[in-house]
Design a binder for this molecule. Structure first.
Ligand SMILES: [Zn+2]
Length: 73
């Protein structure tokens, strides 16, 4: 599933592949490299907030941990 996300900073549209129709997490614009926390519901962008590099790194760590826990089920 591919969701289209328009970057609030530079206005460029990017595509984001989803495993489910809902998603909450980080997104990086391919053009201006701006980071955002996005929330998608039923393939629709519900919220998009600027994210700092520090917060992004932290989010990545959390996602990695989640993936780890999932593997061990
Ligand atoms: Zn952008």
């Amino acid at each position: 599933m591919i969701a289209k996300i328009k970057c609030p900073k530079c206005g460029v549209e990017g595509s984001f592949s989803l495993l489910e129709s809902s998603y909450q997490g980080s997104y990086r614009c391919w053009k201006c490299r701006a980071l955002f926390t996005i929330r998608l519901e039923n393939n629709e962008l519900k919220s998009c907030e600027p994210l700092s590099q520090e917060e992004f790194d932290r989010q990545q760590e959390i996602d990695a941990l989640k993936a780890k826990f999932k593997q061990h089920g």
